[in-house]
Design a protein around this ligand. Sequence first.
Ligand code: 5GP
Length: 114
Amino acid sequence: MTIFQRIIVGEIPADILHDDGHCIVFRDINPQAPIHLLIVPKKLIPRVGEAAPEDQTILGHLLLTAGKVAADLGINSTTEGFRLVINNGRAGGEAVPHLHVHLLAGRPLTWPPG
Ligand code: 5GP
């Protein structure tokens, strides 16, 4: 079981902002910005590079949920803004082998990222 599966089943506590049939959204334990959320599919897909054609709906759902949660937080505007990040593989910065989208906001985010 991944650490995120343990959060999904309630074995490990998390600050959960959204939970539906397909995904869960909770605050990152080590935030890199004032708002740092993780959008995690309930289905265990290890990483985006291993997603299958049948995962198309859930992959789209993750992005739609990001927009919805950002709207709920009042940051879904061109002036406020937010950043979505998916780390894939070791060189990509992936630490937890359970697909997740980072939502970062609340401070100016520079480009290029580190
Ligand atoms: P990755 O580096 O795999 O893209 O991101 C994994 C993220 O999960 C990290 O930002 C890390 O802080 C977060 N994380 C790891 N373990 C836990 C946990 O038990 N609870 C929460 N809320 N976040 C976690």
